[in-house]
Design a protein around this ligand. Sequence first.
Ligand SMILES: [Zn+2]
Ligand SMILES: [Zn+2]
Length: 348
Amino acid sequence: MTDTTRACVIHAAKDLRVETRPLAQPGAGEVLVRVAAGGVCGSDLHYYLDGGFGAIRVREPMILGHEVAGRIEALGAGVSGFSIGAAVALNPSRPCGQCVYCRAGAAQHCLDMLFWGSAMRTPHVQGGFRERIVVPAAQCVPVGDDASPAEAAMCEPLAVAMHAVRQAGDVRGRRVLVTGCGPIGALVLLAARDAGAREVIVTDVIDEPLAFASRLGATRAVNVARDAAALSAEARDKGQIDVAFECSGHPRALAQAIELTRPQGVIVQVGIGGSLDVPLNVVTAKELNLRGSFRFHEEFAAAATAIATRRIDVRPLVTASLPLDRAVEAFELAADKRQSMKVQLTFA
Ligand SMILES: [Zn+2]
Ligand SMILES: [Zn+2]
């Protein structure tokens, strides 16, 4: 008799179903994990709301989810260093380990990456929103018993934020701007603080996430839609910001980061946008360092340590937890930026 598990499957835009899938036994080097919590990410939401983003479309049923944590339920042959019942965060990224980027230590650029819940390649890579999942032990990172599964499931987005902060170089004593205060913007705020930033100014175009940012320790939280002139003092003498993290993907936010960042300062583009109209002349004239940041690599383990020890406390970010059966409701709630920071699914 085959074992089964229930999973949260996207078929097309607004067609999200809870379905039963077969469950294998863990093979050599694998473990069986009982999933406890899984965060709904911006990309999951794009699949749900629009059926994908840009050229990346859902072309076949795909289990969503890449922000997942749980407990080990069974060990496959040859697995050591893990015990049954251990709490683990699941690293959704499976680089090939062979290609030129993997060998260079930049596995986020792997040429043969398998990243959970992604329609970037066909067949799509199935995700982690399922009650139980068999994974390579190498993708399990212990998080200890002090942090809850909800916190452990924040390892992936925190790793994204820590990777972005690392792109900026040393931020100790720096004045930082974060544009866009969704979960990634909020986590960049926490990660920049953790890395020693002196001040963090956060902007958004709606009030609720900004109130959130203030509670999380932002020096200032500014609604740039309502109060466009609020940051004009930061533009004086060619800019007062040392490092900007653009987390919205919106052209006006990047333009403002370019305006406010001082000559030779750093702008890290974290948010994903399309083709933007950017004042490149200012980038040139101020000798700005405009850098991208994509996913993460070794930061996943660093995020797990920060969460396990609560050096970075992610608890306030989880604004709702709904059981798998209410997945559609959870996704609708996650899409409401006035109500939600991070919405998670819980699994039986
Ligand atoms: Zn994510
Ligand atoms: Zn590779």
